[in-house]
Design a protein around this ligand. Sequence first.
Ligand code: PXG
Length: 291
Amino acid sequence: MKVYLNGKLVDKSKAKISVFDHGYLYGDGVFEGIRSYNKLIFKLKEHIDRLYESAHSIMINVPLRKEEMEKAIVETVKANKLKDAYIRVILSRGEGDLGLDPRKCRGNQTLVIIADKISLFPNKLYKEGMEIVTVPTVRNLCEAVNPQIKSLNYLNNVLAKIEAINSGHQEGLMLDHLGYVAECTGENIFVVKRGELFTPPQCMGTLRGITRDTVLDISKKLKIPTHEHVLTRHEFYISDESFLTGTAAEIVPVVKVDGRKIGDGKPGKIAKKIMDEFQKLTKEDGVKYQI
Ligand code: PXG
């Protein structure tokens, strides 16, 4: 495997960074997870835009222009001869000293691009649906560490994931500090009620997911009335269908929340329609590369 490290493609065994890197010491950095399907990188521009927005928000200068970033990502996937890839772009503030002071990193950002494979959940879950549970850890406050920033500081999500796993579930539903539904540990969430689609608005402790945006586009195309609206757990429990969206997870039907069956306890019709449309899109839409 070849890994992109600060402008060079190096062997995985040589892809090493300093223990003084503030990404390692403090989670001081940003990242993106991107997928390619049959030599098409899906929503690459959107992922690059979000990476630059996250970096801007925490005042890290991205050492490449956006066109150069696109090229670096494409070259990394090509170097690994992957038709279908999961691409991780990681930008940290770089090597500094043992203090928090970001100025000590002197603009030495570390940029890593890894192209690999990922399969987050077993196939069975996509057909039969997932059971999820509400977790005690509250989603980060927007005024503290804004969930819109895709930062390397994922402890909030990791804690929630631990709680979900400890209770025998694959995913955990995270609420915001007011008790409204926010998102899962690495996915946005949707519910369907009487043929209409609902998802929490961005300001409710959710990441503006690129798969979420894609689903909103699909629902527009399919003429499914869609609302970005605050949701309580009750609304979840009484919904007809539910599903999760994320680049790594793609679209996963949810059939039980906190022991309550959703609809008839099987993946819903609208979820399936959206999953089909999503699959079609991944086959046609994207930045093409040759291997
Ligand atoms: N919410 C959060 C908190 C995320 O981290 C999403 C929603 C979905 O966003 P996109 O843009 O991918 O549709 C994410 C992204 C993992 C893993 O291993 C998941 C993400 C990132 C990194 C790792 O589960 N999801």
